[in-house]
Design a protein around this ligand. Structure first.
Ligand code: URA
Length: 189
């Protein structure tokens, strides 16, 4: 597991977490990774098979697409962002995280967001978007614009797995959302 200095205590606490039943089936907690002073914070759903083994978020196929979009649309690298998930432990067989699991894990994400203090949060897919926007609406309905979030902005977009499944319009939508985030950050030339 890698985590930034200011979050070390929280990551240590999380590493032995038993707040929900996912603790019984995980290999390890996937706390989060990146720059603790990042202006840009990505929130995914939960660790998959590769993440559960390696202890880092988005290191499998979805992660490779995320890295590519970060490079191509934001002209930066994952190391200059912070990346975390709604739930820190892999749901068995990659099933959806359950409401009680999301609630149990939420304090970790809230503390990560408070510690990093990003200017822009990009939510990847329905679970992160619904949790942080406090909506029941799906990603297809809410994406395409930015929302106020803390003292910054939240940009909802598709999960990279959806772009890998569907390609085409979903991938184009993700690219447009990343460009939106870049503009909000003032990184556009
Ligand atoms: N999908 C996610 O939502 N998070 C990961 O870390 C990996 C895949």
């Amino acid at each position: 597991m890698t985590e930034s200095t200011g979050l070390v205590d929280l990551a240590r606490e999380a590493s032995t977490c038993t707040r929900c039943p996912l603790s019984g089936t995980r290999t390890q907690v996937v706390f989060g990774t990146g720059d603790e002073t990042a202006e840009l914070f990505f929130v995914g759903e939960g660790p998959g098979h590769d993440e559960d083994l390696q202890g880092e978020p988005f290191v499998g196929r979805s992660g490779r697409l995320l890295d590519r979009l970060i490079a191509e649309e934001l002209s930066t690298t994952r190391e200059r962002c912070y990346i975390a998930n709604v739930v820190k432990c892999r749901p068995p067989e990659n099933r959806n995280p359950r409401p009680a699991e999301i609630e149990a894990c939420r304090p970790y994400l809230d503390q990560q967001l408070a510690a990093v203090g990003p200017r822009v949060v990009v939510t990847l897919g329905n679970f992160a978007t619904r949790l942080l926007l406090g909506t029941d609406d799906g990603i297809g309905k809410v994406r395409g614009r930015a929302y106020p979030f803390g003292s910054g902005h939240l940009v909802p977009t598709y999960h990279p797995a959806a772009a890998l499944r569907s390609g085409g319009a979903v991938l184009a939508g993700m690219r447009a959302d990343f460009v939106r985030a870049k503009r909000l950050l003032g990184w556009s030339s």
